[in-house]
Design a protein around this ligand. Structure first.
Ligand code: MG
Length: 421
């Protein structure tokens, strides 16, 4: 089953004082980044299409820039940006047109719900695949009243006279007309997932309808498709007004802390002999040198050590097991590609990469001038911000084989953390 995700993020924040609320950070990370990442990191989702205001498509934030995602990274080529339309259904229709034509299920999510869990995404997709349409929803917990708006006419002070209309004193007030059985009341959330044909029919209804709708399920209902409910999550809140940010901060702190508690660390080490006439590639960067590392691939010790640190943190074996020297497909391979594959394996295992730190031990040349380029290359391959990658250079003070310039080594540490709670 092929699943495409659409993130509806084209809202202009009319209830948020005109500020683009989706860009607003919550506990240090943008709401939009959190929402998009939840889907990009999800193991069953093939691609993520984000519907944005035109200005953001032209100048997207760093976490949505395709050029920040390196070749081989599992997110590369899976993230697409499209301009939204006037109404929500127009934005979703634009995104739907950009979705892969062979998608079986399309899952739609509000960017303003940054705390959706991987489990809720999976359950919504599974229900839609079975029934055609499914949405996350919470059963009402409070007693639900239906009410109507009535205009109470102000009474003249003289009791004897009948009602005298006094428009300036009229007050509009809600009066309860009935108490609804709350067992049958559900509050719709997103994700909302649809089989491709069902969403196509729903959007065709939208194209004809003049009334803007607030969710895609309403369109499917109008098109006559039964919409199945799956249990939503109380933490899957929608950030609509500035007041909601207080609760959002609390949820973020709590989930982020939970995440750190389930962090795992791994270490890696690698050493290659140096020989004349070989290129010297460290952290994906070719460095001018009369000698380079000898090896089957590009012999990049920094990348190899980080690959082992990542796989070690994930409990997923080591570089020799996944990319053996004996396998010709890895001959001359770019170690950045191996690194991207290792990061994808870690993500497939349910973890995201927190940070990596690597020390390169080399007598000469000095790597100092290349450290920034290495950090960017490593970060791009892993799919994290360069701020979360550290590269340090060290000599061996002339001692041993490394000190004599016969070898280069690297030590790495990686921290990964659970993305599923
Ligand atoms: Mg190696």
């Amino acid at each position: 089953m092929r699943v495409s995700a659409i993130i509806a993020a084209a809202g202009r924040g009319t209830r948020f004082g005109g500020e683009l609320k989706q860009l607003r950070p919550v506990a240090g990370r943008a709401i939009l980044d959190r929402s998009v990442s939840a889907f990009l990191a999800h193991p069953t989702i093939a691609e993520v299409i984000v519907a944005l205001p035109r200005a953001l498509v032209d100048d997207p934030p760093a976490y949505l820039r395709p050029d920040n995602i390196a070749a081989g990274n599992s997110a590369r080529g899976r993230l697409h940006l499209v301009a939204g339309g006037e109404r929500r259904q127009d934005s979703v229709a634009n995104a739907f047109r950009a979705a892969a034509p062979d998608s079986d299920v399309i899952v739609i999510h509000d960017a303003a719900r940054p705390f959706v869990s991987a489990d809720l995404i999976a359950r919504t997709i599974a229900a839609a695949a079975e029934s055609g349409a499914a949405i996350a929803a919470l059963q009402a917990r409070d007693t639900v009243k239906q009410a109507e708006l009535v205009v109470r006419q102000a009474r003249d002070e003289r009791e004897s006279t009948p009602l005298i209309l006094s428009p300036s004193k009229d007050e509009r007030t809600w009066i309860v007309t009935s108490t609804l059985p709350r067992e049958s009341i559900f509050l719709a959330q997103t994700p909302q997932a649809f089989r491709r044909d069902v969403l196509a029919a729903a959007l065709a209804v939208a194209a004809r309808a003049d009334v803007p709708v607030t969710d895609e399920a309403a369109l499917a209902e109008r098109a006559g498709h039964p919409v199945r409910l799956v249990d939503g999550e109380a933490s899957n809140v929608k950030i609509t007004t500035r007041d909601d940010l207080v609760m959002a901060e609390a949820i973020a702190q709590s989930t982020d802390r939970r995440t750190i508690r389930t962090g795992r660390a791994g270490t890696g080490y690698d050493l290659h002999r140096l020989a004349a006439g070989r290129p010297l590639v460290i952290g994906g960067v070719a460095i001018p040198s009369d000698r380079g590392a000898v090896g089957h691939s590009d012999a990049d010790v920094a990348c190899h050590a980080i690959v082992d640190a990542l796989l070690g943190a994930g409990g997923q074996g080591d570089i020799g097991r996944h990319f053996p020297d004996s396998d010709p497909q890895w001959k001359g391979a770019s170690s950045l590609d191996l690194l991207a594959r290792a990061a994808a394996m870690v993500r497939d295992g349910g973890y995201d990469v927190g940070n990596v730190d690597v020390t390169v031990v080399l007598e000469s040349p000095k790597i100092r001038d290349h450290v920034e380029a290495m950090r960017r290359a490593i970060a791009g391959a892993i799919g994290i911000d360069a701020a979360r990658v550290s590269v340090k250079g060290k000599t061996n003070e002339g001692v041993d084989a490394i000190g004599r310039g016969e070898a280069i080594a690297a030590h790495a540490v990686a921290l990964i953390y659970a993305i599923r709670n």
